[in-house]
Design a protein around this ligand. Structure first.
Ligand SMILES: C[S@@+](CC[C@H](N)C(=O)[O-])C[C@H]1O[C@@H](n2cnc3c(N)ncnc32)[C@H](O)[C@@H]1O
Length: 231
């Protein structure tokens, strides 16, 4: 869907298809999201491989997204959150408060999909591990999203402490897509320390039930979807 303000630079197109049935009437469902990408500008200016995987999962759950309060951490170009907003969720997209240019690019990504920041979707600078007043005002959330935010072990605890703070005492969930980059990296001990527990989602069964094979999205990369809750 490119009904927003035109954005300069190459546009990457992500297409989501599905079927719905209403009183025996089968209809095709289709959503197109375009993301302007700046490949040489930095981590947050293009869409990492985990983001289409997380978005695909959200698309399989699209009928349950309407009205949910969703917060995306380290969102970069914001593909999963933009998809959730298009499916009717109340979405706040966040990325590092120290990267104002990334946040401006994020606004352009939203606008390219007809979402007006401040009206249809909220944008906020949020640094992992920093608990400023505006972070408190984000509670409660139903769903926290992150794709490829576990790529630097020295920052794992900052991500996890932020999630633990936002989920504490709620039934909210944290859904995170990540790329396995080293067998030595683990967040298991940190989850325990922060009162969280996680379980990997079974992507093969989801593929079967949704009729869309996730392997076509991820190629030969080792990508996973993890669901984390507060214990
Ligand atoms: C590997 S990129 C992933 C971007 C996006 N989620 C995706 O999958 O396309 C990591 C993102 O985390 C953001 N980030 C890095 N350090 C951060 C921090 N301390 N607080 C908040 N965001 C941070 C970066 O700006 C970047 O957008």
């Amino acid at each position: 869907m490119s009904d927003g303000r035109p954005v300069s630079g190459p546009l990457k197109k992500f297409v989501f298809r599905g079927k719905s049935s209403n009183n025996g009437d089968i209809r095709g469902e289709y959503l197109e999201i375009v993301i302007p990408e700046l490949l040489s500008a930095g981590y947050s200016f293009y869409t990492w491989p985990s983001a289409p995987l997380l978005s695909w999962y959200l698309w399989t759950q699209r009928r349950h997204l309407r009205g949910l309060r969703i917060l995306e951490l380290g969102c970069g170009t914001g593909l999963p959150g933009i998809l959730a907003a298009k499916c009717g969720a109340h979405v706040t997209l966040t990325d590092s408060v120290a990267l104002p240019r990334s946040l401006r690019h994020l606004a352009a990504c939203c606008e390219a999909n007809g979402l007006v920041p401040g009206r249809d979707i909220q944008l906020l600078g949020l640094a992992w591990g920093l608990f400023l007043a505006d972070v408190h005002s984000l509670r409660p959330v139903d769903l926290i999203l992150a794709s490829d935010c576990f790529y630097e072990p020295s920052q794992f605890e900052e991500v996890i402490s932020t999630v633990a703070y936002l989920l504490d005492g709620t039934d909210g969930r944290f859904l995170c897509a990540y790329q396995e980059r080293s067998a030595d990296w683990s967040i298991e001990a940190l989850l325990k320390k922060w009162g969280l527990k996680g379980a990997l989602l079974d992507l093969d069964s989801l593929s079967e039930s949704s009729g869309v094979d996730y392997r076509a999205l991820i190629g030969d990369r080792s990508l996973h979807l993890l669901e984390i809750i507060s214990v």
